[in-house]
Design a protein around this ligand. Structure first.
Ligand SMILES: Nc1ncnc2c1ncn2[C@@H]1O[C@H](COP(=O)(O)OP(=O)(O)O)[C@@H](O)[C@H]1O
Ligand SMILES: [Mg+2]
Length: 335
């Protein structure tokens, strides 16, 4: 059994490679962007690639390559169940509704008149989201009906550019605490005039509109990640004068911050979703956890300080752990 790994610095692959080396698992480095990638995989049984939602090339071909490879009988990470809805909150709405997960009530329209009719009767505030994006960049509070109508007209008119909502302020705050470079702040400021390659290739978001009920009084969200029947979690505080936590960079890790109800729910949903790796983002209505989105991918840097993990019986295992090694172990059982 040989694993092909597409390396991306700072992604899961750094750890996959170390895990394979430490455990003497045969692996080979491949380049998924090359024309002969299928030939490169001939002597491999598994392809592992932590592809990224906002990289232009990945957006163009990552899912197509992974699904083609898995159709030929090889195992991929991520596999189809894990990735088809990645960076697609519309797909996630259908999926989470169909497994009866406690998704925050979500509304999607592909017709302007239906959207306007909904807005005429809806209670505000609501949350507006593009179907893709991370770090809260494409998520906005809609305070009233007038604002909703404006967004609906734009969604079915000139549409939304991907970069237009990128908050340069976020980058600046990260710069202040040493989590971003001054260069990235300047790049952020330039985005509205100098779109990224991804934004140019992806084009505008239009022809649909997506809203969620606004779940008030959350000064944080909770992210629980489940991989191979094990879970770990982080608590992310919202930005100052804002309701949005993801991307704030203000993260807490202590075990006591996470309740059994949320963990149990995460394990139950993960089992139904049959994903190799899933991160659930939760907000709370009173004490009840509600899912705002799911994702297979996450940035390893944010999770290093996690002090331990839970198994599926909710037993706590204190100490360092290697969730990326769990992914490699999992591709063996996927066979
Ligand atoms: N319906 C909602 N009600 C209240 N807060 C929300 C809601 N949806 C999202 N949030 C907040 O906004 C943040 C970003 O939303 P999310 O859907 O997770 O987008 P992203 O993909 O950018 O992380 C979340 O981390 C959460 O703090
Ligand atoms: Mg999120």
């Amino acid at each position: 059994m040989k694993i092909a790994i597409h390396p991306v610095q700072g992604s899961f692959s750094d750890y996959w490679i170390k895990y394979c080396q430490a455990n003497e698992i045969p692996y080979k480095i491949v380049n998924c962007y090359q024309n002969n990638i299928i030939e490169q995989l001939i002597d491999c049984d598994v392809l592992m690639w932590h592809f990224y939602h906002a990289k232009a090339q990945d957006y163009l071909m990552a899912k197509q390559l992974l699904y083609a490879v898995s159709s030929s009988g090889k195992v991929t990470f991520p596999n189809f169940n894990t990735s088809w809805h990645f960076d697609d909150k519309v797909g996630q709405k259908y999926l989470l509704e169909s497994i009866q997960a406690p998704l925050v009530p979500s509304y999607v329209f592909f017709n302007k008149d239906e959207a306007l009719e909904w807005a005429a009767n809806a209670r505000f505030p609501k949350v507006f989201k593009l179907r893709g994006g991370a770090g809260s960049v494409n998520v906005k509070l809609v305070k009233n009906r007038t604002h909703a109508i404006k967004l609906i007209k734009r969604a079915f008119g000139k549409g939304f550019k991907h970069d237009s909502l990128v908050p340069a302020l976020d980058l600046f705050n990260k710069f202040l605490v040493g989590k971003a470079t001054l260069f990235s702040v300047f790049k952020g400021l330039l985005r509205p005039v100098k779109p990224t390659l991804f934004s140019k290739i992806h084009g505008k978001e239009r022809g649909y509109i997506y809203f969620q009920d606004f779940i008030a009084d959350n000064d944080h969200d909770i992210r629980v990640i489940v991989i191979n029947e094990k879970a770990f979690a982080i608590k992310r505080m919202v930005r100052k004068n804002d309701f949005r936590a993801s991307g704030s960079g203000d993260i807490l890790y202590e075990k006591e911050l996470f309740d059994d109800k949320t963990l149990k729910l995460s394990f139950e949903m993960a089992e139904k979703l049959r994903m190799q790796c899933v991160a659930f983002d939760f907000v709370y209505q009173a004490e009840t956890p509600m899912v705002v989105e799911i994702s297979y991918g996450f940035s390893p840097v944010g999770y290093g300080p996690c002090p331990g993990f839970w198994d599926k019986d909710l037993n706590w295992h204190a100490g360092e752990f290697d969730p990326y090694g769990w992914m490699v172990e999992e591709v063996f059982t996927d066979r």
